[in-house]
Design a protein around this ligand. Structure first.
Ligand SMILES: O=C(O)[C@H]1O[C@H](OP(=O)(O)OP(=O)(O)OC[C@H]2O[C@@H](n3ccc(=O)[nH]c3=O)[C@H](O)[C@@H]2O)[C@H](O)[C@@H](O)[C@@H]1O
Length: 461
């Protein structure tokens, strides 16, 4: 009996032992598996962390590489291809200035090799920065008062401050630039056999006694007046050109430039266009000097640039006036600027980030679609463009003006909607008319529709 009991206990023990052993084995496998997965997840987290750190370091580098790649593949404005024979090496002094930079654009786009020389007194590097790095373009920081040795076929000599506050700022420097500078450029033209175009000015006529001034007029200049440094400087520059032409056989062209406006005109330029636009945008009264009855004709810069290029390539060696023949008094001009700035401020939200070209197209598109929305599309739009895009950053709105313009804009849009709805109604009418091919029948039909409707309703009832 005892034996039996012992056997039973031991067999029970063996079973329990086996069970325990199996359980221990499972626990061991589970713990090994757990540790393994745990280690893996720790490893993975570590790897992820390292990856993240690497990403953090690499991301700015990648961005820099992208920027560099973009700068290497910089997009330039489209440039025509010219054969070696037609391609000219052209020097533009003052090429980073207001007129000079537009001339640079034209000649570059025409496919010539352009070297811009500027001392950046009134010129700005940003005016020509879109050409920097182009194989046809070179920018030299140089003052024409010092001699320049360079091989060129044509010289556009524009270097000189042109706005009264700028040229009066340092009259001796203005005189040196226009005399010694011109002498240096004529010397260069003589040495390399280049043709030189001098950017002269309407101011060589001084305070004119004849009106309008043609090129034969000799002028009426005060040699000791406040403007003399510029007026007399340009007059002597013209004299030098013709002396070099007669004595040395240098080919010269002389453009007498009248008032010009356009983009890249410095907002503190001091001339009437920039002054008035700036004052109007800032809501200040426009400073009309004197009675405002003095007249000026304003040409757009692209017209002037086309004129300069035409003159350079022509065979006219005598001086040529370049300006807009349409004259306005300064008072009229002030009124125009006021109205343009007013009109545009209402539209600012609409066209804020739109470039001029796009805006122009947009203007045409709107005009074509909605006949009743009037948009001025003529030379004034260029002024308007300068009013807004050119000096956009200077516009400081105040709350009163904003409220006024929101209200004004609301009214304008209501009027437009009324026009538009009437227009679409008329269109609808015309369309139906065409369909019916008989206006009387149409009205009869319209009328009878209203007239018989209640009867039909009655019939139905
Ligand atoms: O824009 C130009 O191309 C010309 O500008 C200036 O000649 P000016 O006609 O005196 O140019 P502004 O200073 O713009 O003056 C034009 C008229 O507006 C008047 N003005 C100017 C500025 C102003 O704030 N208010 C004002 O009534 C002037 O008295 C002048 O009668 C330069 O001296 C010329 O060399 C250059 O050709």
């Amino acid at each position: 009996m005892m034996k039996r009991i012992i056997w039973m206990i031991s067999s029970l023990n063996r079973r329990i032992m086996k069970l325990l052993f199996a359980l221990a084995l499972i626990a061991y496998i589970a713990s090994v598996w757990g540790t393994y997965t745990n280690m893996r997840s720790i490893q993975e987290i570590g790897e992820m962390k390292i990856k993240q750190q690497i990403e953090d370091v690499v991301a700015p580098l990648k961005e820099k590489i992208r920027d560099l790649e973009q700068s290497f593949s910089q997009k330039y404005p489209p440039v025509k291809f010219l054969s070696e024979k037609d391609r000219k090496r052209i020097l533009i002094t003052g090429g980073a200035g207001f007129v000079g930079s537009h001339l640079t654009d034209k000649l570059m786009m025409d496919g010539h090799e352009v070297t811009v020389v500027d001392n950046f007194f009134t010129g700005r590097k940003r005016n020509v920065e879109h050409w920097i790095g182009h194989e046809n373009f070179e920018l030299i920081n140089h003052d024409v008062v010092e001699p320049l040795y360079i091989e060129v076929d044509q010289i556009y000599h524009l270097a000189s401050p042109a706005s009264p506050p700028n040229y009066m700022y340092n009259p001796i420097k203005t005189l040196k630039t226009n005399t010694i500078g011109t002498l240096n450029m004529l010397g260069l033209a003589k040495r390399v056999g280049a043709r030189l175009l001098l950017a002269s000015t309407s101011e060589v006529y001084g305070d004119p006694e004849v009106h309008p001034q043609n090129e034969d007029y000799w002028g009426h200049v005060n040699p000791i007046g406040p403007r003399a440094c510029y007026d007399e400087g340009k007059r002597v520059a013209e004299t030098m050109c013709y002396a070099y032409m007669k004595q040395e056989g240098v080919e010269v062209r002389v453009a007498r430039i009248f008032n010009t406006f356009g983009s890249r005109m410095h907002m503190n330029d001091g001339r009437v266009v920039s002054n008035f636009i700036l004052q109007a945008l800032q809501g200040e009264p426009l400073t009309v000097y004197g009675t405002g009855s003095q007249t000026r004709a304003f040409q757009y810069v692209s017209d002037l640039v086309n004129g300069l290029v035409l003159l350079m390539n022509s065979n006219i060696s005598s001086p040529v006036n370049l300006g807009n023949p349409e004259e306005h008094t300064i008072l009229e001009f002030a009124r125009l600027i006021k109205s343009l700035v007013g009109v545009y401020t209402c539209r600012e939200g609409l066209f804020k980030s739109v470039s001029w070209e796009v805006w122009q197209h947009l203007g045409y598109a709107i005009k074509a679609k909605l006949l009743f929305i009037l948009i001025m599309i003529n030379r004034e739009t260029e002024l308007q463009f300068q009013c807004t895009q050119g000096y956009k950053n200077c516009h400081q709105p105040n709350i009163l003006r904003v409220c006024f313009f929101v209200f004004f804009k609301g009214i304008v849009w209501c009027v437009k909607m009324v026009f538009f709805l009437s227009f679409s109604y008329i269109l609808d009418l015309c369309y139906t008319c065409l369909k019916f091919n008989d206006i009387t029948a149409l009205f009869m039909a319209q009328w009878s529709r209203y007239r018989y409707m209640p009867t039909h309703a009655h019939d139905k009832r």
